[in-house]
Design a protein around this ligand. Structure first.
Ligand code: CA
Ligand code: CA
Length: 458
């Protein structure tokens, strides 16, 4: 997987897009190894609620919030910055002090950095660990960690009990548990940042708690073919936390479940690609048939900006983006769908944006390309502004996902300024997705174009 240099220039992001603080994750004193090891109750609750067609049961009843939480929208720290380490570095790999990651992860003190050498595959190495403010990082390449049929605490491969954990540059696969929701990364602590990683072929890529206070940041990461296959497990499943920031990711081929599912109070989903392989096409994982490309079942203030959202011909549900389908239990009910390129490859139609009946706030749908057949949005009150819908829009190279408008395409310069959300956050896209799991600044060229990419005049 190649990452583009530009993608790492976090300072190019809209400042308001950084308004999701992960700085609150460092609160200590919450380490309870016994509790985290006791059973798989948390995972069970989340999974059982996760039936697309039924109401959530207890998934929304998170633990009581801790006062250390920062609400989304507080003055931003930069969630992309790695927390300062104490200087303790634990080296993992052949010839190092620790032969396998879990030996180091359970030994690491608060604030330590665990560096995992990529020269071997770590097989069957699973654990729960509890230090706060850990940085876990692959070095000398991207290390492969194969659960290989083993699990920690009945939950998955890495059960993260500490707060403020940062995970970078790892490949995790093979998580599998008796409950059928084994996660490569299971978050029991508060807050998590994951970047530059590849999470595939687990029952859940990531499964979080429902603490109501965690801020989750996931960027530059590929998710593929996660899901048990029963529709209750997904490429990733973010529970009822405070916020999810999901940007510059490639999420594809979920196995029956969703390419992204989040119950967070606030969701920023920007500059990602959601797409799955076509029949006969070879991808980085096996093909999957996702249900929803994005599922936000409890509503919540949600910004869906600048994404490529493709629905494959073979799928488990013909809706692409679902919002408030189960409940409106999150405080915000405002959905902003701005400058995305939707591609429906399901010839029988479908629904691009499904808004639950209980959501009274009109969705704001602006500057999107809707390619293929189907209903743009089922909500009668939705405000649709300067979108473009066509069976085959004039992209530069649709087959190879160059979705810039072709020269002369009618959606060039045809958008309108999105303005600000009710929160005050600017809605205009500042960036655009670059495959694989990268991003670059969206250029300015005349009036804003419709869709996830701006054409640049020759
Ligand atoms: Ca779908
Ligand atoms: Ca333009």
């Amino acid at each position: 997987m190649k990452h583009h240099i530009l993608a790492l220039k976090k300072e190019l992001l809209l400042p308001a897009l950084l308004g999701f603080s992960v700085a609150a994750c460092g609160g200590g004193g919450q380490v309870q190894p016994g509790a985290a090891n006791s059973d798989g109750a948390g995972s069970d609750a989340l999974a059982k609620a996760d039936v697309s067609d039924s109401l959530g049961t207890n998934a929304g009843t998170g633990k009581t919030g801790k006062s250390s939480a920062s609400p989304a929208g507080t003055p931003a720290t930069n969630p992309a910055s790695t927390p300062a380490a104490t200087g303790t570095v634990l080296a993992v790999g052949p010839g190092k002090k620790y032969a396998a990651p879990c030996q180091a992860l359970v030994a690491a003190p608060n604030g330590a950095t665990v560096e995992i050498d990529a020269s071997v595959t770590y097989s069957g190495d699973v654990c729960a660990f509890y230090a706060n403010n850990l940085t876990i990082r692959g070095v000398n390449g991207r290390p492969k960690i194969d659960a290989a049929g083993r699990n920690a605490a009945g939950k998955g491969t890495w059960v993260v009990g500490g707060n403020g954990t940062v995970i970078e540059n790892v490949e995790l696969f093979g998580a599998k548990v008796p409950d059928r929701n084994g996660a490569a990364i299971r978050l029991d602590g508060v807050g998590l940042t994951l970047r530059n990683s590849f999470i595939h072929d687990n029952e859940n890529g990531i499964l979080t708690n429902n603490d109501g206070i965690s801020d989750i940041v996931i960027e530059h990461t590929e998710f593929g073919h996660n899901g048990y296959g029963d529709g209750r497990s997904h490429n990733l499943y973010v529970g009822s936390v405070n916020s999810l920031t999901f940007r510059y990711n490639f999420s594809h081929d979920a196995n029956v479940g969703h390419n992204l599912k989040s119950r967070a109070k606030t969701n920023l989903i920007a500059y990602n690609r959601f797409s799955s392989t076509a029949a006969g096409e070879t991808g980085s994982t096996a093909s999957g048939q996702p249900s929803y490309e994005i599922d936000l079942p409890d509503a919540g203030t949600s910004y869906v900006i600048g994404n490529v959202i493709e629905q494959p011909a073979a799928n488990q549900n013909s809706t692409m983006l679902a919002y408030g389908e189960e409940s409106t239990s999150n405080p915000g009910k405002d959905l902003y769908v701005i400058n995305n390129t939707f591609l429906n490859d399901y010839g029988s139609g479908g629904t691009f944006i499904y808004v639950g009946d209980a959501v009274a706030t009109p969705a704001a749908i602006q500057n999107n390309v809707f390619a293929g057949t189907g209903t743009v949005v089922n909500q009668a009150a939705a405000v649709q502004t300067t979108n473009y819908k066509a069976a085959n829009p004039a992209f530069v190279d649709r087959k190879n996902y160059d979705l810039h408008p072709a020269p002369g395409a009618p959606f060039i310069n045809a958008g309108s300024q999105p303005g600000n959300a009710a929160s005050g956050m600017p809605l205009a896209p500042a960036m655009q997705y670059v495959h694989v799991a990268g991003g670059q600044p969206r250029p300015a060229s005349g009036n804003i174009d419709i869709g996830a990419y701006e054409a640049v005049a020759p």
